[in-house]
Design a binder for this molecule. Structure first.
Ligand SMILES: Cc1cc2nc3c(=O)[nH]c(=O)nc-3n(C[C@H](O)[C@H](O)[C@H](O)COP(=O)(O)O)c2cc1C
Length: 219
């Protein structure tokens, strides 16, 4: 089986949020899709370990912000590589509250949708949350960020909690050094890059999660 074949599935990238005006959390998902048009129902796959799953279960509502192609790596780093179990992920972000008081992240997003939870399907590691669309609004002009663009142009990687995670084969042994981001797992391979990792400026940051150079370890 060639698991790389799965990279050809077209997805977008989204911030799925839940909560209310007092508390909330959000995570990055690529697994948002429409199921029916009448009524308009959508599904999103959420890892059971994602803190956001507790909010969706409790508040029975969620929002989906459609990320822009220009989305900053810090935004993807915050929502896709860190868990809200230890800090307020929404802090410092531009938040709007929807009809159900659900938080909606506006940063780096071109549109959003708001859902009332109607069903949840236990899929083992993940829960498939199904919601009925109760609102949809434009936020800004721009192109939506696709998973393909994220991987190829932004050199983005995917953490284990994502359903589309594929275990990488062992990185080929080569003469040049290879470094790995301690936060998101982004690989900087001196054999493939024009500038050696050691020669990158000290203010260089991880292209995937935005963390500083000092957070990389040689592997
Ligand atoms: C590109 C990308 C796609 C992801 N897709 C999903 C997804 O579809 N479902 C999921 O459960 N997690 C997905 N994740 C992982 C979660 O966003 C990540 O585990 C997050 O830190 C969970 O945050 P939370 O614990 O605060 O809810 C994805 C992450 C990235 C970077």
């Amino acid at each position: 089986m060639t698991l790389e074949a799965l990279y050809n599935i077209s997805y977008g990238l989204y911030i799925v949020s839940s909560g209310n005006r007092e508390t909330g959390n959000g995570y990055i998902a690529n697994t948002v899709f429409q199921i029916t048009s009448e009524p308009p129902k959508f599904a999103v796959s959420c890892n059971k370990n994602n803190f956001t799953s507790e909010f969706i279960k409790k508040y029975k509502t969620f929002s989906v912000s459609i990320l822009s192609q220009n989305a900053k790596s810090e935004t993807i780093g915050n929502f896709g590589f860190k868990t809200g179990k230890n800090f307020n992920k929404l802090h410092g972000f531009d938040i709007k509250y929807g009809k159900t008081d659900v938080p909606v992240v506006l940063n780096d997003s071109i549109a959003y949708m708001e859902f009332k939870l109607t069903d949840e399907i236990d899929m083992g590691t993940h829960i498939l949350f199904i919601g009925e669309l109760i609102d949809a609004q434009m936020i800004a002009e721009g192109e939506p960020l696709t998973y393909d663009y994220y991987r190829k142009a932004k050199k983005g990687v995917t953490p284990k909690n994502a359903p589309s995670y594929i275990k990488k084969e062992k990185i080929k042994k080569s003469e040049g050094k290879v470094y790995k981001c301690n936060v998101c797992g982004h690989i900087y391979d001196n054999n493939k890059e024009k500038i050696k990792f050691e020669d990158l400026p000290e203010d260089w940051t991880c292209p995937t999660c935005g963390i500083s150079k000092s957070e990389f370890s040689e592997i």
